[in-house]
Design a protein around this ligand. Sequence first.
Ligand SMILES: [Zn+2]
Length: 429
Amino acid sequence: MKIELHQISVRELCASYQDLSIQEEGITGYGGRLNIRPKYQREFVYDEKKRNAVMDTVWQGFPLNVMYWVRVGNKEQGAKNKDSNESLLFRQSGLCSNSVSGQIEYELLDGQQRTISICSFIAGEYMMLFDGNLLGFNNMTEEQQNRILDYRLQVYICEGTDEEKLRWFQTINIAGEKLTDQEIRNAIYSGSWVTQAKRRFSKSGCVAYKIGSDFMSGSPIRQDYFETALRWIVDYKKNKEQGAKNKDSNESLLFQQSGLCSNSDSGQYTIEQYMAQHQHDTDADELWQYFQDVIHWTEKLFGRRYKKEMKGVQWGLLYNQYRDTPLTATAIGEEVARLMRDSDVQRKSGIFHYIFDHDIRHLGIRAFDDNTKREVYERQGGVCPICGKHFEIELMEADHVTPWVEGGRTVADNCQMLCRDCNRRKSSK
Ligand SMILES: [Zn+2]
């Protein structure tokens, strides 16, 4: 892994700056060699105040935070920029004369908003106050212009294998707006597959949002949908691979039952591996098809009635495990409705998992409060009803006489105070 700190002047950065984002062609600078808004980047826009603060910092000659570029070599994006026109303003600077063909060599990983703030000022896109005077770049004297153009930015340029870059980006604490893990992965594994996948998962109002927003939390722009879909499909593949392995193995039944195989080697399969395998695919149909399957399965079983409780449930993981379980909406509808009404069920979002495995830990069953415990303790005279010994209240635990699953409520009448040993023995039965 090679990481070098470079000083790059505003003059160099803004050379042949092009904002073709309206034509969806992206934004380039540094003589056409830097992709300022690679496809994996967020499309936030700085507000005027932040934008002006950046230019003011440059004007005053104060340091801006370090920026990060990734060396990408001459990838396919380069071809796109071949025909773009050189900026007239900087032709005379001579700095970009060797890169008229505009091959992309770098992608901007961090510092996009600051870079655009600077470049668009130089391109004459806005005016602001400098020492009390409202000026655009073209209103400035040559001396003033040079003061800005000669400002030097600190840029880390890094180069290495995908794994190295990923590890490094996860380690550094990027100043300013921090990239999410998924944004970093998109940077590392950028290519045709990420571009296609992002169309569906990463734009506001994207198709994944349209079909999934009742079931998903987070925001497409912050890559939450993309990351969640990836996490699910990785788990799906892991399970499938495991299933195939078990079929071929004589020990399969034994291990399947004991659940011991879940930690075996295929447990290492990760989002990074999936992305690396698909990096150069021309479409992301597999992920998209899988995601649709999960959403359709969820909707068919549970509908869209309990939107608030359904948001953020790990639907893909449930799908991966229970898609072949023969349940129907009519069969489980009444049970779901009953649990939704049950005030002892405090974690309503856990109902959907509970439906499949009936493990009450998903439900967050209400515990007895301190007043009830004291009341019952006094009623029992501090004696454990099972072993008949006396204990201090701090050494006793509240227990449902009739368990919740058998219809017992979390009320004083259904509460008994047991010593710890007796309570443990009872609950392990
Ligand atoms: Zn006891």
